[in-house]
Design a protein around this ligand. Structure first.
Ligand code: SF4
Length: 386
């Protein structure tokens, strides 16, 4: 049997609905929410075909460069009264393990990161009951004063929502004040699953799906780009995942403000949700691979960048998912407390050399990027310094 015969026979044995969806995606059609839901359950031969198609669409959309960003994460406070059930990071104000960094401490840390080569500070914390819009602006200003060259990627939609409420300001005014204080872009975290059936079971005190959309679209209208995320592998089903992807696609078609999509695999070990017996113990490897691949198909015309979260997946499986539709390796992350508190065992820092090794092992080209995906340096093997 020739390889051509083998591959024809192999593809002919795919189940008909999967084959039809993959063919439509390859022809450049948007897949529907129902098709995405079906793809989120495939296994065996159909899964392998999905991965091949996702990888092909990745190649057509962004080519062979795999990007990463040199970033310092600063989780400036772990004090939070929201008690999200998937979170093991937060501490109540009375807890001796609670902390809240001052603006000058945050600026000191950021200045050190800038000296070490970081281009971005990612600043997020708990919902501290005593922080007001003024305090969030003070953090941004303190960093910009010490290291004006740093891109400030800061505050989840929930932090923005709470800052607005605490301060009696509209979301739009709050975002304008943050932007004037130095905010360059925002993480699209706190999305979890954008479904108001699921959200109350995950995080009863968190903003609703429509409130999340309100903050994100207001940011995009003001020219503040954001990432888009999903937290999966807990109590949600493929139906919720597919609807979440469809909503993100719809927002992006309207605003164009998402820089990338980042699937976040639930780290279950230390969370009340898992310990209370309500959540499954995280996604399996196949669920992880499927969500990257289906995201590539869903977003093929609207979100070119799909990021692997190596802190949650581990560097080795993250490397594999770069063959499942993803094209960005995320950040070097000098420090990240949220996943580690939940039980993630994968480090808090990966040097650029290790990114290069893993990317070159894929037969692809490493490139350091800015937060908004400008290529700062392409290590194409000729000019490679590291
Ligand atoms: S996820 Fe964020 S808002 Fe929820 S408890 Fe943890 S720190 Fe607080």
């Amino acid at each position: 049997m020739t390889l051509e015969d083998f591959s024809r026979q192999w593809f002919n044995q795919l189940d008909a609905p999967t084959a039809r969806t993959l063919e439509r995606a390859l022809e450049g059609h948007d897949i529907t929410t129902a098709e995405a839901e079906a793809l989120l359950t495939v296994r065996g031969r159909e899964l392998l075909a999905l991965l091949l198609v996702a990888d092909e669409l990745r190649r057509r959309t962004v080519g062979e460069v795999v990007t990463y960003v040199v970033v310092q994460n600063i989780n400036f406070t772990n004090i939070c009264t929201m008690r999200c059930r998937f979170c093991a990071f937060s501490r109540l104000p009375s807890d001796p393990q609670g902390y809240c960094m001052t603006p000058s401490e945050v600026a000191e840390c950021a200045a050190g990161a800038a000296q070490a080569g970081a281009s971005e500070i990612c600043l997020q914390g708990g919902i501290h009951p005593k922080l007001y819009l003024y305090d969030y602006c003070a953090l941004l200003r303190a960093i910009k004063q010490r290291a004006p060259q740093l891109h400030l990627h800061a505050f989840s939609p929930f932090e923005v929502w709470q800052a607005a409420r605490h301060s009696g300001r509209s979301v739009e005014d709050t975002l304008k004040a943050l932007r004037d204080a130095g905010l360059d872009s925002m993480p699209g975290t706190a999305a979890e699953i954008l479904d108001d059936e699921v959200r109350p079971r995950l995080a009863p005190n968190k903003l609703s799906a429509s409130q999340w959309v309100e903050v994100i679209t207001a940011a995009h209208r003001l020219g503040i780009p954001t990432t888009a995320t999903i937290l999966y592998g807990h109590i949600e089903t493929p139906r919720h995942q597919a609807a979440h992807l469809a909503l993100l696609r719809q927002i992006q078609q309207q605003t164009g403000g998402f820089t990338e999509f980042i699937p976040l695999s639930f780290v279950h070990q230390n969370t009340p949700l898992y310990r209370g017996g309500e959540a499954r113990p995280g996604a399996t490897g196949l669920e992880d691979a499927r969500i990257y691949a289906v995201a590539r198909l869903m977003f093929q015309h609207v979100i070119p960048n799909i990021q692997v979260s190596w802190v949650k997946l581990g560097a080795k499986f993250a490397q594999f998912c770069l063959n499942a539709g993803a094209n960005d390796f995320g950040g070097t992350l000098f420090s990240e407390s949220i996943s580690r508190s939940a039980g993630a065992v994968h480090g808090e820092y990966m040097p650029e050399q290790e990114f290069h090794r893993l990317i070159r092992d894929l037969g692809r080209i490493p490139a350091r990027r800015s937060t908004t995906y400008d290529l700062l340096e392409v290590f194409d093997g000729v000019s490679a310094g590291v």
